[in-house]
Design a protein around this ligand. Structure first.
Ligand code: BTN
Length: 338
């Protein structure tokens, strides 16, 4: 289990004091007094904050100062946990430099009994996983890759609803925070001007009547440039930087998303909440009303996307009648509601 160590607590207290006075010097003596630690222990904790990538400077004989975190791209567990203060669902974050997959990291914690509300981020994934058994490739240190541990009060057949809640929340982050014309393609791809900005994958474990845990993992192309995109993905992938013309602190996108997702999941888990969430999703889903191609196993079907079922499946009107897809790949063939 992830326990808050004395050092993590001290770092959080120091960071909070620096954040409350950011841009001004905070006396080292006052900080050491506040924490009842020696100046040496204080400087070790400050060094750890700097190692997380936070813009903390030491001012000789005086103390420490925090510069503007809005300009910092650091995926820092202290900054992220601080920014999640008001979040009702998430409160802990592990930030890894390198791992096989953040999905595996969170699954292991789930199996070890960790409680819901923890997230893991990574700068690099050696074996990032995508939907339908595919790989998820990303550029080291430029994009946002994370997984969240959930213990949802849902039935195994309802896991798709988590994907829809995550897709809806991410669309809102990318359009509201980043100002992008983000499109939500069923079930949870986010596109911008027809190219993929991010992907979402939910995996779960449980029994017929109960989910033990669900792990929802998200990859957002944030600061990758056109040159970073491998040739074969050039015509289908894009990034927030390419579409908005500016670089983004990844932690801001993460925290904004986690706030929106906590609200969407809170709604989903409430009495009658699934229908309320689906109503929001149907309004925002850009697949509905479009002429589409659905690729499912070895079958390809064309038709008009006409709706989303109560379990989040896609309803398609075809020349052979109505078909329902619980999981599939969708291609938008023509613009629908613009
Ligand atoms: C998709 O195929 O569109 C879903 C991609 C999900 C990728 C993310 S990156 C963070 C997390 N860790 C993984 O291995 N996969 C998910």
């Amino acid at each position: 289990m992830i326990k808050k160590t004395e050092e993590t607590n001290s770092r959080a207290v120091i960071f909070e004091a620096l954040m409350e006075n950011h841009g001004s010097i905070v006396s080292g003596a006052a900080l050491a007094d506040k924490l009842s630690i020696s100046r040496q222990a204080l400087s070790k904790n400050v060094a750890a904050l700097k190692a997380e990538g936070l813009p903390v400077t030491s001012v000789s004989q005086k103390g420490y100062m925090l510069l503007d975190t809005n300009n910092s791209d650091a995926l820092s567990p202290t900054l992220i946990s601080y920014s999640l203060r008001g979040n009702p669902m998430f409160d802990r974050c592990i930030c890894l430099k390198e791992t096989d997959s953040t999905q595996s990291v969170i699954k292991k914690l789930a199996r070890d009994g960790e409680k819901a509300g923890i997230i893991a981020t990574a700068e690099v994934q050696e074996m990032g996983r995508g939907r339908r058994g595919r790989n998820w490739q990303s550029v080291s240190g430029k994009n946002l890759m994370f997984s969240m541990l959930l213990r949802p009060p849902l039935l195994p057949g309802e896991v798709q609803l988590l994907n829809l809640a995550a897709g809806l929340s991410l669309k809102n982050t990318l359009s509201t925070l980043c100002g992008l014309p983000a499109e939500l393609k069923w079930p949870n791809d986010i596109l911008c001007r027809g190219r993929k900005l991010c992907g979402i994958l939910s995996e779960s474990a449980g029994e017929a009547e109960r989910i033990y845990y669900a792990v929802t993992g998200i990859g957002v192309n944030v600061n990758m440039t056109l040159e970073d995109i491998p040739g074969e993905l050039g015509s289908i992938a894009t990034s927030v930087l390419i579409e908005s013309g500016k670089t983004w602190p990844r932690w801001k996108i993460l925290v904004d998303f986690l706030d929106r997702f906590a609200n969407a999941a809170g709604l989903l888990f409430s009495e009658g909440g699934a229908e309320a969430l689906l109503a929001l999703y149907r309004k925002e889903c850009d697949t509905i009303g479009r002429e589409i191609k659905v690729i499912c196993d070895n079958e390809t079907v064309s038709g008009i996307a006409s709706g989303i079922s109560g379990q989040g499946a896609l309803i398609v009107k075809t020349t052979d009648g109505e078909k329902i897809f619980a999981a599939a790949d969708v291609v938008h063939l023509r613009p629908g509601k613009e």
